[in-house]
Design a protein around this ligand. Sequence first.
Ligand SMILES: Nc1ncnc2c1ncn2[C@@H]1O[C@H](COP(=O)(O)OP(=O)(O)OP(=O)(O)O)[C@@H](O)[C@H]1O
Ligand SMILES: [Mg+2]
Length: 323
Amino acid sequence: MSEAILRIENLSIGYDAGICQIHALRSATLEAHAGEVIGIVGESGCGKSTLAAAIINLLAPNAIINSGSIYYQGTDIFSLNKDAQRKLRGQDIAMVFQDPMTTFNPVLTLGDQLIDFQQHLEGVSISEKRIRATNLLARVGIPDPSLCMKRFPHELSGGMRQRASIAAALLMQPNVLVADEPTTALDVTMEAQIIHLLRELRSDYQGAIIVVTHHLGVVAELCDRVYVMYAGQVVEQGLVDDIYHAPKHPYTSALIACDPAHFEEHTPILPTIAGRLPDLMNPPQGCSFAARCVLANELCRTTVPPWVKISQTQSALCHKASQ
Ligand SMILES: Nc1ncnc2c1ncn2[C@@H]1O[C@H](COP(=O)(O)OP(=O)(O)OP(=O)(O)O)[C@@H](O)[C@H]1O
Ligand SMILES: [Mg+2]
């Protein structure tokens, strides 16, 4: 496989919470290659957005990078100065947010903003920028892109706004596109349309796409490889097929067992994984999932699990994975 465009090594990030720290991300390691779509899945609060925010360099002000590195095309982005980091964000690494209003300023037309987002392009006239933006709006499936350029963000439906924010991200021709829950704010029909759009983009997009989601269904439809997160840690990684058909971490198995796609439409109560996430201010001594794991024994509760390599493409952070 080619050299990774993005490589995250042992990244640990906490949030300053006064007298203590919330250990939102612990020793996360991940890589993304050109042309790949990576999924990051896990329950609410497991650190997915913290990881995404670190990649795009938009961490909350109270975030503390405790250790680790993020390499973009071999350069450690934490070692860059603020200007270089800002340039990277947007031009090389772009983000699609859950709420598209995060991308847009409500008091400016989409056209003005999409032109403004191209300010770094030297030697390109305003009218050329307008054409580029209009073409991209058409590319993401906006029916009347010229009219859309004249609209204010609130004049579009949620689905159209999300399409426009994907166009905004693609305007920069980024090498890495990070989408944090891009469909969560949408209804089921719109969600299907946005997934369809991202699938289409896959074929003509050269970079890596990283999709953060709660939905295993989104991962199955869109991704090549998956990183499963639990309590701030990546606990399993592998090809989509590995993860769906032969999960090795009991947390991955539990997530799959709870996936609504496995149930008849009329199932009144969807199963959830019993128990709660551990306290991230004081993470457990052994395996983070031990308290909820049906297979856990004394070793799991007391000793940090090793990374077990299952195959060339799959590994799991679990004492039991090698058995
Ligand atoms: N700015 C912050 N200050 C303090 N704690 C935070 C902050 N941002 C996130 N957290 C905490 O860090 C942990 C990880 O949060 P994060 O948003 O990364 O999870 P997530 O997997 O994206 O969750 P969700 O699926 O709900 O979006 C959670 O316990 C969360 O409450
Ligand atoms: Mg999140």
